[in-house]
Ligand binder design. Structure first.
Ligand SMILES: O=C(O)c1cccc(C(=O)CC[C@H]2O[C@@H](n3cnc4c(=O)[nH]cnc43)[C@H](O)[C@@H]2O)c1
Length: 243
């Protein structure tokens, strides 16, 4: 049983000016998003490095210095072939640390199984819905599901099948989401993870990675951030009971 960390957005006053932090692991992802963003002054894009630890530490530094209303971890990712096509966009409803726990002869034991903590951060449904609507209106459908965070990229069918069995609702894996979400959660800021699928999870073969297609998808994500913000702001104001 996975336990979730929940952020209570109702205790944060709704700013009329929403400030969003998008974090990526590498510069190519940042550049792709900024190409689509143009000069939206209320969205900052920062590089936080590869892997959950660097991502958590660097994200925490950014949110300690500036007040943000939403943190988005974005980049390329490996998709489960059963759920995704290469060059498509996925949004996490749950961000799950899939390798945080212990192996045992009877299978993997998560932190929840060990009663040592939580491995899941959920994203606000309102933000997911607005993002999906804004993106699909212009560019086509987006897949929603769990995105797994792993310190080691999956490179065999065996590991891929084990993950698919443990997480049937997972659409993708990447290396930063849970670190970013944990940092945001510690400041009570809602977070999301949005990924463009560059490759399918399975036997490692980087020649099959379609990085250009995935980066183009991140540019599309950048280009809908203004629509997204306007739509999400209206929902937050309604939720807060403001006209
Ligand atoms: O080589 C390039 O040109 C290039 C351009 C942009 C990004 C990269 C990366 O290697 C990014 C690393 C980043 O990608 C995520 N990722 C991508 N595929 C997977 C996967 O199958 N399993 C796990 N993570 C994946 C991950 O978040 C890395 O941090 C290269």
């Amino acid at each position: 049983m996975i336990q979730e960390r929940l952020v209570d957005t109702s205790i944060n006053p709704i700013n009329t000016n929403i400030h969003i932090l998008i974090v990526t692991s590498v510069e190519a992802e940042k550049n792709a998003i900024e190409k689509g963003l143009g000069n939206l002054s209320y969205v900052d894009v920062k590089i936080v490095g590869v892997g959950p630890i660097s991502a958590a530490v660097e994200t925490a530094k950014h949110i300690a210095n500036t007040k943000y209303d939403l943190v988005i971890c974005a980049g390329i990712a490996g998709g489960f072939a059963t759920h995704t096509s290469i060059g498509s966009l996925v949004i996490a409803d749950k961000i799950i640390a899939a390798d945080l726990g212990a192996q045992s002869p009877d299978g993997f034991l998560s932190l929840e199984d060990l009663q040592l903590g939580t491995t899941c951060v959920s994203s606000p449904t309102s933000a997911i819905d607005c993002m999906k609507t804004s993106f699909s209106q212009t560019y086509g459908d987006v897949m929603i599901g769990s995105i797994l965070t792993l310190s080691t990229v999956t490179g065999t069918d065996n590991t891929c099948n084990q993950l698919a069995n443990r997480f049937p609702y997972a659409v993708a894996e990447a290396m930063e989401g849970f670190g970013v979400a944990s940092a945001a959660h510690s400041y009570n800021i809602p977070s999301m993870e949005i990924r463009a699928i560059s490759n399918h999870i399975g036997p490692r073969d980087k020649s099959k990675w379609r990085i250009r297609e995935a980066l183009d998808e991140l540019t599309k994500l950048g280009s809908i951030m203004k629509d997204f913000t306007n739509a999400w702001k209206i929902i937050l104001q309604k939720e807060a009971g403001k006209p």
